[in-house]
Design a protein around this ligand. Structure first.
Ligand SMILES: Nc1nc2c(ncn2[C@@H]2O[C@H](COP(=O)(O)OP(=O)(O)OP(=O)(O)O)[C@@H](O)[C@H]2O)c(=O)[nH]1
Ligand SMILES: [Mg+2]
Ligand SMILES: [Mg+2]
Length: 292
């Protein structure tokens, strides 16, 4: 079909494909959430409901793009999505992938706002996004370790900072001064000795962030109805919401002993807002995070 005399402008659209057969990582981050969280009275330092809203939006993205995103990790106002190397969505065009994910996430965040938050939205929130390519599983695991270490460092600092301000009656400037030059053990001690807070007992979602992963275990079938006809290999993977260590090798390991540790961690640390998709038995988990 012949184009109009204006159609040449199309040639200015440069291709932006991502290298084939590599891991694509899309990270989205809230724009100006320091202000946004204040304007919407988020609990300091962590607002469990606001974090669950982030998780809900991320689950929507993963379900919508199923099965291309194999793993996601969220903390604070950010979420990271790992796309499998074989993904051919949008012919792997970088701009299309990033804008689609960031747009889906944002609309799901707004759509589900009232389900989690008591106050009304004061103005539309927005998120930015970027795509990074990683060539091998090593970089992918190190990427997620980097984000979870960041979660820990920020959360320990923020928890101690706000304890000094809200319970210790320090000004924000004084609290920053108190924490200057301190290491992790100092902050743990301040929390324990001055505020009787055992950091390790704080909710796992705050300390470890949230990991979303597909659990490929066949679902338990009810005795009787339909049980015989249903073939386990056809069972769809379930999306699991986890608050576990993903830095150590056990999260990524196939061994059942280590899988048990993951599920025990979860069930021991259940919080009021963590009652969905929890594992209560210690049967094997079958995460498929790094599948091609
Ligand atoms: N009170 C509270 N604040 C939060 C929570 N989660 C995120 N925030 C706020 O969101 C900010 C996120 O940090 P950044 O993404 O670095 O900062 P930002 O203000 O969003 O700035 P840009 O990302 O550069 O646009 C934190 O510094 C907090 O101020 C929460 O659970 N409770
Ligand atoms: Mg931000
Ligand atoms: Mg951020």
């Amino acid at each position: 079909m012949a184009g109009s005399r204006y159609a040449y402008v199309r040639n200015f659209e440069l291709p932006d494909p991502v290298l084939p057969n590599t891991y694509m990582l899309v990270r989205i981050d809230g724009k100006g959430f320091h202000r946004f969280s204040n304007d919407h009275n988020f609990t300091k330092p962590n607002d469990g409901k606001a974090l669950e809203l982030m998780n809900e939006a991320a689950r929507f993205v993963m379900n919508d793009l199923r099965p291309e995103i194999t793993l996601a990790f969220g903390e604070s106002d950010e979420y990271s999505f790992l796309l499998r190397p074989s993904c051919t969505l949008y012919k792997r065009r970088s701009s299309k992938l990033v804008t689609h994910i960031v747009s889906l996430f944002t609309s799901a965040y707004v759509f589900n706002w009232s389900k989690y938050m008591d106050c009304s939205l004061q103005y539309p929130p927005s998120f930015d996004g970027r795509l990074v390519i990683y060539p091998s599983q090593k970089e992918v695991k190190d990427y997620f370790a980097w984000r979870q270490v960041d979660t820990h460092i920020n959360n320990l600092y923020n928890t101690t900072f706000w304890a000094l301000v809200l319970q210790g009656n320090q000004t924000e400037r004084e609290a920053h001064e108190t924490l200057k030059g301190t290491v992790s053990s100092d902050k743990n001690e301040i929390l324990y000795n001055r505020f009787q807070v055992n950091y390790d007992k704080l909710p796992a979602m705050f300390r470890k962030g949230t990991t979303l992963a597909w659990d490929a275990r066949p679902e338990k079938l009810n005795e009787g109805e339909g049980a015989q006809e249903k073939k386990p290999e056809k069972v769809k993977a379930r999306l699991r919401t986890l608050h576990v260590d993903i830095i150590g090798s056990h999260f990524w390991s196939e061994s059942s002993k280590q899988k048990r540790e993951v599920s025990q961690l979860e069930s021991n640390e259940q919080q009021p807002w963590e009652d969905q998709d929890r594992t209560t038995d210690t049967n094997s988990l079958g995460f498929t995070a790094l599948k091609p």
